[in-house]
Design a binder for this molecule. Sequence first.
Ligand SMILES: Cc1cc2nc3c(=O)[nH]c(=O)nc-3n(C[C@H](O)[C@H](O)[C@H](O)COP(=O)(O)OP(=O)(O)OC[C@H]3O[C@@H](n4cnc5c(N)ncnc54)[C@H](O)[C@@H]3O)c2cc1C
Length: 457
Amino acid sequence: MIEALRQLVDSSGLLTGTDIGERYLKTRGYGTAGIPLCVVRPKSTAEVSNILKLCHVHGQTVVAQGGMTGLVGGGAPLGGEVVLSLERMNKIEEFDADGRTLTAQSGVVLQAAHEYCDQRGFMLPLDLGARGSATLGGVISTNAGGVRVIRYGMMRESVLGLEAVMADGTVMTSLNKMLKNNAGYDLKHLFIGSEGTLGIVTRAVFRLRPKPKSINTAFAGLARFEDTVAFLAYLESTLGGELGSFEVMWGAYDEFVRQRCPSLRPPLNAGQAFYVLLETLGNDPARDGAHLEEVLANAMEKGLVADAAVAQSEQQRAAFWAVRENAGEGYRALGPLCAYDVSMPIRSMGDFGERVDASIGKAYPGATTLVLGHMGDGNLHVVAAVGSGTPETHKRIDDIVYGIIRDLGGSVSAEHGIGTVKKDYLAYSRTPEEIALMRMLKRTLDPKGILNPGKVF
Ligand SMILES: Cc1cc2nc3c(=O)[nH]c(=O)nc-3n(C[C@H](O)[C@H](O)[C@H](O)COP(=O)(O)OP(=O)(O)OC[C@H]3O[C@@H](n4cnc5c(N)ncnc54)[C@H](O)[C@@H]3O)c2cc1C
């Protein structure tokens, strides 16, 4: 197999043995990676097709990899697979200002695509903390979310068309550029969010948006969860569609940042029960900042908001976002972590926060439980540190968090996918009929089960 693969790529396109760096083996979350047969790094769709044809004939399993920033072990080899890394398929192929589209290969890094669009007055709205490593193929295959979903939707909403290589090597080119195209089934959705189990995404056409002319960022402190819900509704009704982010942090997260993250500067005083980081994306730089300040002042007058600050410079804006995104130094000091990405109806979020904190605290007295997330999208993240990182501990906390999610009718995965890490809990959020249909699709598109086996179900 290795020798046959070597014939299909150039001299640096195949890695074996000790040449396989950590990058291809690492796994985040708490799955463990196995040793793959080899790593193959194609440069074109034709090469991907030839690789899959060969693997299909021989029943050889294949796992696709982009930037390996996924958080559920989806890209990690379990043992014996051919790792198919898209990292060398990193060309931007076409930019169409009139049609507002970008066509690019899957291995382009998200940040490189952002910079390319930015220089041309456009934006690819999907944005997330791993932007410097995550690839376009990866964010498509996980249907990533991030911090702009409330305004622009998840990755699915930014993909107009794509090209995928099927398990048997067939190239399915569907590089649609139109916003409207109802000519039969919309096949791209089979591949968006399917975590490399139904096909390998090689190229895609992205829908671009005009770059906003003004960005205004604020921090607000609120006394009750009901106020955060009412504040969100108030902003949506007064900002005329300009709300780009609405991130909520429970008070315990703010305390943790103050105690454990000396490099971060929370902009408001301590002591609020909830903090919200919000951002507007507008087109009138002369007016947008003042408008946001006026809206916040009104929210304070109504008693929704107890305290607020608006960033007065790009430096302050970055400092506000750092409080939300850069708590890594504090997390490391907590020891082993269990981290969760879940979604639920917005009205259930307050209840979820209380229940998760109380239940983990009861099982592990002294535990640190932090809740924060993309509230506008119904998506929360939980970080729990209980002083132990054994598989048994993880399972016990998983059972607690996902059990509450099941009770609330939420989803065990809001934006990270299922991979290996959440497999055991898929049925908490999907009916037997839904899972049976997923399996039927898998059997149809990949009858030999060679694409990313052991993931999702
Ligand atoms: C600091 C940090 C912050 C993050 N924030 C967010 C966030 O806010 N929102 C969010 O949604 N995610 C977030 N993530 C998770 C992660 O960035 C996303 O899941 C991202 O989409 C993965 O892209 P990748 O290129 O690294 O994919 P990988 O990790 O390499 O792969 C992810 C999955 O996609 C499959 N895959 C990769 N490329 C292809 C392809 N071309 N064809 C078919 N299958 C493929 C893999 O097999 C795997 O199952 C974050 C991660 C980190 C480390």
